[in-house]
Design a binder for this molecule. Structure first.
Ligand code: NDP
Ligand SMILES: O=C(O)C1=N[C@H](C(=O)O)C[C@H](O)C1
Length: 237
């Protein structure tokens, strides 16, 4: 059986991945805060990461032999993102802020809708997650904003408004963040004119949807050449 490493193995997602991997992979490395045995990752056939920036960055040197990495950790700094891009010269890495099929499709729809309608329509991105979530806005909400920006041929960092302190300006991509209870993940892209509103929405109904997608990504990534891949590469949209 192929050997799987899990970074953040004791976390909500790490536990979901370990449970779903049973019968498909032998879990050969479990990286946790208490047991940071990063060198055990080098002997794995694939590694799945749902942890935090520092853990992900510490793992990278141990994958340089070419161990494929699937990473779902969000809230990374620019320096951490850059380190992943550098590592992908030696290692196949599939990184996504969301491993559900529905969000991959929603992202494509948001891009197309933004391209067709243009900046005359206002875009607001809403997300809600459980009370324990650390980063805001979510990695998925940022991905959806990137899709809208790509559809409009603009840069998200130029157009994103994370806290509205006054009146809206044309072309803004606004964010609204809610936190509470046990919500697995709710995202909406609202595209609004003076006369009508399109709502593209998605709700995760359990945590396994992300773990399942990450395991499918690990299967797909085996044997790929080094590079930085996305869920859209996997499902070919
Ligand atoms: N892409 C996707 O589809 C999804 C992405 N995520 C993202 O995955 C990440 C994890 O989410 P979730 O499982 O809910 O969070 P948790 O806090 O439940 O799990 C993270 C785990 O990583 C551990 N950890 C943190 N730092 C280190 C370190 N330096 N070394 C070793 N272990 C470390 C934590 O340990 P401790 O508990 O001791 O702090 C914890 O067990 C988040 O960034 C989240 O946004 C979540 C769901 C889906
Ligand atoms: O922290 C979570 O739980 C989730 N995080 C990801 C994100 O930041 O978008 C994906 C999913 O929505 C759940």
């Amino acid at each position: 059986m192929k050997r799987l490493g899990i970074i953040g193995a004791d976390g909500r997602m790490g536990r979901a991945v370990e449970a779903l991997a049973e019968g498909r992979y032998a879990v050969a490395a479990r990286i946790t805060l208490a047991n940071p045995d990063y060198e055990t990752l080098a002997d794995c056939d694939a590694v799945i990461d749902f942890s935090a920036g520092p853990a992900l960055i510490q793992s990278l040197p141990h994958l340089r032999g070419g161990v494929p990495l699937v990473s779902g950790t969000t809230g990374l700094s620019d320096a951490e993102e850059a380190a992943i891009t550098v590592a992908s010269q030696h290692v196949p890495i599939l990184k996504s802020g969301n491993f559900s099929l529905g969000i991959a499709v929603l992202s494509q729809l948001a891009q197309q809708t933004a391209r067709i309608l243009g900046a005359g329509w206002d875009v607001e991105i809403l997300e809600m997650h459980h009370r324990h979530k650390v980063d805001a806005p979510s990695g998925t909400a940022l991905m959806l904003g990137e899709a809208v920006a790509k559809g409009r041929a603009v840069s998200l960092s130029d157009k994103a408004v994370h806290e509205r302190g006054g009146q809206r300006e044309e072309g803004e991509i606004g964010y609204a963040v809610l936190r509470g209870g046990g919500v697995y993940g709710m995202h909406e892209v609202r595209i609004v004119s003076e006369s009508e509103m399109i709502t593209l929405g998605h709700q995760a109904l359990n945590r396994d949807v992300f773990a399942d997608g990450a395991l499918a990504a690990a299967d797909w990534l085996g044997g790929k050449t080094p590079g930085l891949y996305s869920m859209r590469d996997l499902i070919e949209i």
